[in-house]
Design a protein around this ligand. Structure first.
Ligand code: SF4
Ligand code: SF4
Length: 435
């Protein structure tokens, strides 16, 4: 019997992994794509194209603006219509490169493989930067920055995160089953770039079909498999490290402080594609799920409006109440389905009106469930109280900045208090004050 790794706290929401057995389908890019220059953690990219420019699949359309930014590339061949503000998942209108697709999907002539057995760590990091590779698990942190530790810090272990603990989402699961060697080859590139000596792929026990795929190749590529208990938020960086290595990221610190690097399986696949095929990050897998007629896992050109994906899936089932990018726990509610797919779009969840929770919060009954579910050992009930009474300093003393905004506390609260929203307000207020 294998050992199942886990962490303290967490919750067990319904899984609803409806699309876990649906093979990835290629979605044909639409006539027009809308490619935002802000798709990553950090500053938006600066546009390097203008109206009328000819672009190819993989052509650079936005260059990093400073160190904390990322490159953006075209996902189709065609002509730039304009660079203008357009709908964005953040809720704001953001600068976007709008491209008319010529339907040829012609690759940029400069695209070629950079792989050789002697590829250096520096070259791998350079490719990650130039080809727009960011964390695809949701954080969209530029991979080249994450692979370059501060002076004096080192990595010994790379954890490849295949937990996908959010309900509904199956994009990582399908990728792991359908492209195992590509993912591992990408992970070995990361391992080389960060000079780690150990690679572990972490998969939740509700994906044993994926575990068996990796069992078959683990000796060939020399890596270990850690099977995790199915629990939310098992895929959180701090939770996965604690579960597998029993190491704790220090307060206010980073995984590199404990010599650990965690990267999502989709990111490893994207790095493989960049290094072995010379292809920048221009497509990703998106689960279209919930109240849609035909749920699917689609391989989608970045910049495709979500409305086109829903139409391809047969349209909404009943009256759509809420559209969420990502999963129900940490996803973002969207105000229109015209918002385009970006590098961080792991899924689109549609909820009908009757599925939405519209309960009004009531008074705390001091049951303590939020405390026992918190994976960061916080006291969400008090953090909620402090936020309501503008006591942000007191919240800080209770460790509010360690909150990973997983939403477990709100999920279990019988009084339906909006705890994670209250905590987000506190964090935003503290950030405003520069603390
Ligand atoms: S306080 Fe933060 S980390 Fe703890 S359960 Fe709530 S959202 Fe998650
Ligand atoms: S779960 Fe809700 S009702 Fe229970 S202690 Fe926490 S805030 Fe109060």
């Amino acid at each position: 019997m294998p050992k199942f790794f886990t962490f303290k706290g967490g919750i067990h929401p319904g899984e609803f992994k409806f699309t876990e057995r649906d093979a990835i389908e290629d979605f044909v890019a639409p006539d027009v794509v809308y490619i935002p220059l802000s798709q990553h953690f950090g500053k938006p990219a600066k546009p390097v194209v203008k109206k009328g420019d000819k672009v190819y699949v993989g052509s650079l359309v936005g260059e990093p603006d400073g160190g904390f930014s990322a490159s953006i590339h075209s996902s189709v061949s065609g002509t730039v219509k304009k660079v203008d503000k357009y709908h964005h998942f953040s809720g704001n209108m953001e600068q976007t490169v709008i491209i008319e697709n010529d339907g040829q999907m012609e690759k940029d002539p400069a695209i070629k493989s950079a792989y050789s057995d002697s590829i250096t760590p520096e070259k791998i990091i350079e490719i990650a930067r130039d080809y727009g590779i960011v964390g695809l698990g949701g954080a969209t942190f530029p991979a080249s920055i994450k692979m370059s530790p501060p002076q004096g810090k080192t990595f010994d272990t790379l954890i490849l995160n295949g937990a996908e603990c959010e309900p509904y989402l199956t994009s990582d699961h399908r990728l792991m089953i359908e492209f195992p060697e590509e993912i591992i080859l990408g992970a070995l590139l990361i391992k080389k770039a960060i000079n780690a000596n150990k690679l572990i792929i972490a998969i939740e026990e509700n994906k044993m079909d994926a575990v068996s795929v990796y069992e078959k190749i683990k000796d060939k590529y020399k890596f270990d498999i850690a099977i995790l208990k199915t629990k939310y938020p098992q895929g959180g960086e701090k939770q996965i490290i604690k579960a597998i290595l029993d190491r704790e990221v220090p307060e206010g610190g980073l995984p590199v402080d404990i010599h650990t690097y965690v990267q999502n399986v989709g990111t490893a696949y994207a790095l493989w594609d960049a290094v072995y095929n010379g292809m920048p990050l221009v497509k990703r897998i998106v689960s279209i799920t919930g109240s849609v007629k035909n749920r699917k896992n689609l391989k989608v050109a970045i910049g495709t409006p979500i409305s086109a994906l829903i139409e391809h899936c047969g349209g909404y089932m009943g009256e759509a109440g809420k559209l969420i990018t990502g999963g129900p726990m940490m996803g973002i509610a969207l105000y229109t389905d015209e918002i385009p797919v970006t590098k961080g779009t792991s899924g689109v969840l549609i909820q009908r009106k009757e599925e939405m929770s519209l309960d009004e919060p009531t008074n705390c009954i001091r049951c303590g469930r939020c405390i026992s579910s918190c994976p960061m050992d916080l006291m969400p009930n008090l953090l909620g109280d402090f936020s309501e009474f503008y006591k942000f300093e007191e919240s800080k003393e209770l460790g509010v900045l360690n909150c990973i905004e997983c939403g477990s506390c709100s999920y279990v609260c019988p009084a339906k208090r909006h705890l994670v929203q209250l905590i987000k307000v506190t964090k935003a207020e503290l950030k405003k004050k520069g603390r």
